[in-house]
Design a protein around this ligand. Structure first.
Ligand code: COA
Length: 338
C-alpha cells in the first residue's frame, strides 16, 4: 500500500549483533549425516552463529544491536517513544520487548513484541512507519531478533543446517514529508499453509490430571518442522509478485531498484527472485553464507552490514522483502535518506 503521508519517516541508523560462537558446516556434518558441499550447493550457507551455554540471551543480542544503532544516530535511549521487537523466539511468552526496554534504559518507550517469523522485521518496520506517518510518535526502535538454535532439532539434517542466531536494529525517525524514506508496502498472509513451517504447540499426555476435576491438557512447544520444497516454491513464486505489486503502486519498475534485500533464507531463493524480476544479481545484498537464516534478524543484519560497507548511497531505492512461517510475506520499498 502507498501510505497517505502526513509526516515523513526515514531510517536514521542501523545496528546488529551476532553471538561469538561460529558453527561451520564441517561441525554440523559431525552431528548429522550431511556435508559442507551439500549445504553450500543447496543453500549457500557456510557457517552460522549460535548462542551456546548460558552466557547470553535473545535480549542481550537485541540490546547490543539497539545500542549500536542508537550510538550511530547519536541518540539517547530516553528519546525513544516506541520499541517494536520482532521475534518468534522470545524469552517470555508474554513478550520480551519490555525486557529490552529495561536493558537499554529506554524508560519513556512503549514496548511490544510482534510475531511474524521471518517476515517479522518487514511487518515491524511497516507498523512503526504507521505510528510515525500519522504523527503519533517521533523516534521508534525496530528490532528483529531470533535465537532459533533454541528451537532447532539438531538431529534433523533438513532443518538444522539452515538457521542461525542474531539481531538487527533500526532507528526510525519522523522527518518532513518531502524527505519521506518509507515509500510503500505490500503485505500478505496465507494461513492455510501454516503447516509448511512451524514450531507447533504440542499437548502432552498428563495421566495425573486426566481424572481430576479440571482436566486441562497442557503441553509445550517443540522443534521447527518444515516442508523445505513447499517453502522454496512459495518463496520464489510469491515474493516476486509482492515486489512487482509494490513497485507498481509506487509507479516504479524493476529498473529503478538499486538494491534487492531479501530475507536471507537460501542463496538459490535470492537468485531465483532476482532472475524473475530481471534484476541483476549484483544488486542482491547477501550475507547468509556467514550467518544462515537468522529469521527476523536477517534483513536488518544484512542492511547494517551493507551500510557499514558504504555501498548504499543517498536516494538509492532498496526493495526489502521478508517471507516465512505463517505463511507470511511482505515487501517494503525504501529510499535511503541519510
Ligand atoms: N545433507 C545431505 N542431504 C540432505 C540434507 C542434508 N542436510 N537434507 C536433505 N537431504 C537429502 C534428502 O534426504 C533428499 O534425499 P533423497 O533424494 O535420498 O530423498 C535429498 O537430500 C534432496 O532433499 P530435498 O529436500 O529435495 O532438497 P532440496 O534441494 O529441496 O533442498 C532445502 C532442501 C531445505 C535446502 C530447500 O528445500 C530449501 O532451502 N527450502 C526453503 C527452506 C527455507 O528457506 N526455509 C525458511 C524460510 S523462512
Amino acid at each position: 500500500m502507498k501510505p497517505s503521508i502526513m509526516q515523513g519517516a526515514r531510517i536514521l541508523a542501523t545496528g546488529s549483533a551476532v553471538p561469538d560462537n561460529c558453527i561451520s558446516n564441517q561441525t554440523i556434518s559431525n552431528i548429522v549425516d550431511t556435508s559442507n558441499e551439500w549445504i553450500v550447493t543447496r543453500t549457500g550457507i557456510k557457517e552460522r552463529r549460535v548462542l551456546i551455554g548460558h552466557d547470553k540471551s535473545l535480549i542481550d543480542l537485541a540490546a547490543i544491536a539497539a545500542m549500536r544503532a542508537l550510538d550511530k544516530s547519536s541518540m539517547d535511549p530516553l528519546q525513544i517513544d516506541l520499541i517494536i521487537l520482532a521475534t518468534s523466539s522470545p524469552n517470555d511468552l508474554f513478550g520480551s520487548a519490555s525486557q529490552l526496554q529495561d536493558k537499554i534504559g529506554a524508560i519513556n518507550a512503549v514496548a511490544f513484541d510482534l510475531t511474524a517469523a521471518c517476515s517479522g522485521f518487514v511487518l515491524a518496520l511497516v507498523t512503526a512507519t504507521q505510528f510515525i506517518q500519522n504523527g503519533s510518535y517521533t523516534n521508534i526502535l525496530v528490532v528483529g531478533a531470533d535465537v532459533l538454535s533454541k528451537w532447532t532439532d539438531w538431529s534433523d539434517r533438513s532443518t538444522c543446517i539452515l538457521f542461525g542466531d542474531g539481531a538487527g536494529a533500526a532507528i526510525l525517525q519522523a522527518c518532513p514529508s518531502n524527505e519521506n524514506g518509507i515509500l510503500g508496502f505490500q503485505l500478505d498472509t496465507n494461513g492455510s499453509q501454516a503447516k509448511q513451517l512451524s514450531i507447533a504447540y504440542e499437548e502432552e499426555n498428563q495421566e495425573l490430571l486426566k481424572d481430576s476435576e479440571l482436566p486441562i491438557v497442557q503441553g509445550s512447544f517443540k522443534y521447527i518442522t518444515m516442508n523445505g520444497k513447499e517453502v522454496y516454491k512459495f518463496a520464489v513464486s510469491e515474493v516476486p509478485t509482492s515486489i512487482l505489486k509494490c513497485l507498481d503502486l509506487l509507479s516504479l519498475s524493476s529498473q529503478d531498484v538499486d538494491w534487492l534485500l531479501l530475507h536471507q533464507a537460501n542463496e538459490r531463493i535470492l537468485h531465483a527472485v532476482a532472475d524473475r524480476l530481471s534484476i541483476s544479481s549484483s544488486k542482491l545484498i547477501s550475507n547468509l553464507s556467514k550467518y544462515g537464516n537468522t529469521s527476523a534478524a536477517s534483513i536488518p543484519l544484512a542492511l547494517d552490514e551493507a551500510l557499514q560497507k558504504g555501498i548504499i548511497k543517498v536516494d538509492d531505492i532498496i526493495v526489502i522483502s521478508g517471507f516465512g512461517a505463517g505463511l507470511t510475506w511482505g515487501t517494503v520499498v525504501i529510499q535511503w535518506k541519510c
